[in-house]
Every structure is written in C-alpha cells, then in structure tokens.
Design a protein around this ligand. Sequence first.
Ligand SMILES: CC(C)(COP(=O)(O)OP(=O)(O)OC[C@H]1O[C@@H](n2cnc3c(N)ncnc32)[C@H](O)[C@@H]1OP(=O)(O)O)[C@@H](O)C(=O)NCCC(=O)NCCS
Length: 389
Amino acid sequence: MTEIRVLSDEAQFRAHLAVFRRAMHWPPPNDEQWQIAQLSYEPGRVLAAFDGDEMIGTTLSFGSSLVVPGGAVVPHSAISRVGVRADYTRRGVLTSLMRAQLEQLPDPVATLRASEGRIYGRFGYGLAGRWRTVEIDAKRAVVAGEMTGRVRMIDADTADKLLPELHAAVGLTRPGQIGRWVGWWARNRDRKTDAENSVAVVHSGPDGDDGFMVYKVSEVKDFKHKMSIEDMVWANDDAWRDLWIYASRLDLVDKIERDLALDEPVSLLFDDPRVVYTEDVNDEIWLRLVDVERMLQARTYGVADPVVIEVQDRLLPANDGRYRVSSQGVERVNAQADITITVDLLGAVYFGDTTFSQLAATKRIVGARFGEADALFAVPQKPFCGTFF
Ligand SMILES: CC(C)(COP(=O)(O)OP(=O)(O)OC[C@H]1O[C@@H](n2cnc3c(N)ncnc32)[C@H](O)[C@@H]1OP(=O)(O)O)[C@@H](O)C(=O)NCCC(=O)NCCS
C-alpha cells in the first residue's frame, strides 16, 4: 500500500535525493553534492511515496515565477526530482505522487522537463514549448558592423553575485521564461567548476548592464575549439546582437553550439545564413495549468470573435467547466461549448506553440471555430525558457 508523505527534515531530504538519483541510474549524493543540492529542498514542497518505512518514489517543486503571453509574471512551481525505485515501477506509485502533488501545489501553474514523452500527459501536462539546437560555423560567421555597447569578462566571484541580479532584472520578458531559485544558481555554479572552464561576460549599454553570456570553450583538436553557449540573457536587441558578435569573433573557435528559441533570428545576423545549422529540435516546456481560470485570465489574447472552451480535468475537477475567451479576457460561463479540450492539450496551446487547428487535424480535440481560437491564442513570440532544472 503506497502512502504519500510531505517530508520536512534534512535526513529525509538526502534520502529523497538518493532515491531519485538511483531511479536515474546515478549513485547516492556524496557530501559535496549534498551541500549544493540541499539548497533546493524547500520544506512543504518535497513529497515521497512510502511502502511502510521504505521510501520508494519522489517528487518536489521549486518555488519560481513564469512569464505568460502578454508579459504578466505569475507564481510557478518547477517540478523536478521525479523518480520511482526500479523494483516498484508500473504499480501506480508515480500516479499517487502526481495526484498528491497537484492537490497541494501552492501555485496556479507548474512546468517540468520530461525524461520521456509518454509520462506526463496523463497527469495534465502538455508539451507547450520546444527549443532547437544550432551549430554555427564560426570561421564563416560574419556579422556586418560593430558592437553598439561593451562586452566585459568577469571572474567567477563577480558572476556568482552579478548574474542572479541581472537575470532577475532583465531575464523575465519572453513567455516561458522562469524565475531562478537560490538552489538553481548553486547547482549551476557547481556544474561550472574550474575544470569545466566556464567563462561569463556581461554586456552594458547606455543604461548600464543589460545582458550576459556564460560559455565554455573546449579543444577538439590542436588549436581547433568548440564554444558551447550555456546561458544567454539580454534586455534588448543591442545586447543580444553584441553578445553574438562577441561569440562569433572569439579567436581559435571553429564551431559554436547553443540551444535557443525556435524563432531566435540568429541566422539573420550573418551575411551567409547557412552558417547556422539546426542540429535538433526538442521538447522543453511541459505545462500544467493547475488553476485553469486564473491562468486563462493571466494571459492576453488576439483579435477574433469569442470562443467557448470546455475544459476536462480528470485530476483536478475544480477546473472542469466552460470558459468564454475573448480579446477582452476570460470568464466562466454556462453557454454551449465550441471546443472541448483536455487540460493537458490546453497546456499545449497556452503559449501558442501548438494551435487548436493542429490538434483538430489529429482528432485530439473536437468542436468547431478552431480558426477563431487560433487567432485568440496567437502569439508574436515562440515560448522559450532557457533555464534547465
Ligand atoms: C517514470 C517513472 C517515474 C514512472 O513511475 P511509475 O510508478 O512506474 O508510474 P505509474 O505506475 O504510476 O504509471 C502510470 C502510467 O504511466 C505509464 N508510464 C509510466 N512511466 C512510463 C514511461 N517511462 N513510458 C511510458 N509509459 C509510462 C504507465 O504504464 C502507467 O500507464 P497506465 O495507467 O495506462 O497503466 C519511473 O518509471 C521512473 O522513475 N523512471 C526513471 C526516472 C525518470 O525517468 N524519471 C522522470 C524524470 S522527468
């Protein structure tokens, strides 16, 4: 019989991390790893499944914030450390954990990164945002013109202090971006040890610091190097362009790699757009609307005739109902529905990366007036988070 408990003390948190790591086929944390990881255990947000006294499954959430279409920032739970002990899988342990977690999440929305694409749809998470991995032929990547601002290299201690401040100040503009918690920065710092050779640069424009890039350069062959851009944040187009100019002009670098938004116009920077090659497109944001009414009201809408959407939510029935979506906003109604959709697929269309018409073509939603719904949910920018957790 599986029992779900909310954990509260450090010994339990460390056991929680060990169970999760074992599910991922990693060894338990050593003391050094635990020093870093413990900063991301927030009491009240850590759940475990037990069989008697044995911990057999884990999940937790980090308290964060999320940008939605239109620019509003809402409280957000970042779900992570999901694992079930290998000798207990496929007996409903994750199902019990997910149900208990959803019922007690303090925020109206949750997101996660999925290890496999078939796990989370049944719990109401929809694939809401993707990224693409590009490789740039740096030797042929020529940007016309010069920087408008200045890019300066900073040392690790300065980066520890400055980057979180800069991220909080300029990093929450694009739908999908999330606020980063103390434990995220600690773990990020830990990953970028000296051995990994990570470098941080900050951009400043007329109003001061307005962007940064973290990258590492590794030698592929004698004097031939690959640059991996690990983090990049900017407040305006000038900062974005200058950071790319800096990257494209680094000496001894042949290739640049980065995961970016589907619509980041990086190939338009260079006189030959073919220097940017898309290696891969992957899912990034799995979105769970925990409070559907609040989340539908949080975003803005395009111009089209109103549409009534009936939402079905097996795990959180308080969300079941009909919502009238118009250019002016959203309200619950008793009117007849135009479209019926499950909450995971509503998550998939929420950021505009997937459309109602696309889902209708696959017969995963039923109804009519999909074109109006597409126009209402249309967005000028693709969602992208850029913060891995
Ligand atoms: C993924 C994982 C947490 C699932 O736990 P679980 O306790 O076996 O899940 P449940 O028994 O509650 O499964 C619920 C349903 O999801 C399905 N399911 C679960 N994991 C699945 C997977 N990896 N692929 C396909 N289907 C899966 C089950 O078949 C079941 O379907 P059903 O309700 O139709 O019978 C577990 O397999 C695990 O720890 N995997 C390794 C670590 C990992 O990938 N963690 C996720 C990190 S994002």
